[in-house]
Design a protein around this ligand. Sequence first.
Ligand code: FA5
Length: 329
Amino acid sequence: MEERIRTLVEEATQAILSANSTAELEAVETRYLGRKGQVTELLRALPTLPPEERPRFGQLLNTTKTQLQTQIDQRRAELQRREREERLRAERVDITLPPRPLRVGLKHPLTQTMERVRAALIGLGFEFVDSPELDDYRYNFAALNYPDDHPAMDEQMSFYISNTRLLRTQTTSVQGRIMEKRKPPFRIAVIGRCFRNETVDATHHHTFHQVDAFMVDRGVSMADLKGTLAAFARQMFGEDVQVRFRPDFFPFVEPGVDYAIYWQGGWLELGGAGLIHPNILRAHGIDPEQWSGFAFGLGIERIPMIQYQIDDLRLFLENDLRFLQKYGA
Ligand code: FA5
């Protein structure tokens, strides 16, 4: 028995020392001290020894067990340290590598333009609100004094999703939403996407952007409208810019005008404007004898097209990186 124990200890010590990882060491531990390990089996066999030998071997086996356990724990601590060091070495980041070039995102030219438009109109006292892109027929057309048979309401021109709902064709659709909730005076502006069922070409898209601004107060006249749009043009295009107003028709204004600026040898139309039609004020319980207002709506794409001489507005939605890097900022 003693001989057996000695060989066992020798073997185990050898195995512990040659275990090269914590996993291997664990296997050794199980082999000798586990529930079915060799030392455990010997302890279990004690009752088969003659009674007078039991205490001595019992003690010897217990000492052996403690001794092996201590050796294993020491070896484990050593192996764990080594494994930790190896992992740290493997995961080390080589800070001497040259960095990959940073790709900084740029603001889309339309985003830049919308930010400038917004700043200019806020500076002129307008409050920006949100208005849905998917809107009711009522706000997009009916509340804006369109006669029932106006061609703009034709399905050819609008994306209807039901009999009464469509993608807004103009940001002017915000007017009714505001007038039914608020009492004048107010100055409101909205900016965002509009949609028309149009054949796409270099100057028309099915998806484009507009800004609309309108105000209602006492004694608002064409002079206020012209002064506001002239100030707006100066902020957007510089102090020397010339503006032009020509009579035009929109069902929701009277009188109505188109609004253009002079740019590099020609007049470029930016949008429409006019004094808010008395029918609209009346329909929202605003007395046109006491209150009057102006409204204007401009195409956003037109502005960077003029500034950067971009001749095809389809480029704005194509996401061609060469275009975005050239005009992004
Ligand atoms: C309107 O949409 C009116 N709501 C403007 C208005 C508002 C007039 C308030 C009076 C008072 P118009 O359909 O002309 O008007 O469009 C205005 C501008 O939006 C155009 O001058 C153009 O710059 C832009 N626009 C219109 N349709 C498209 C399109 N398919 N693609 C790109 N831009 C467009």
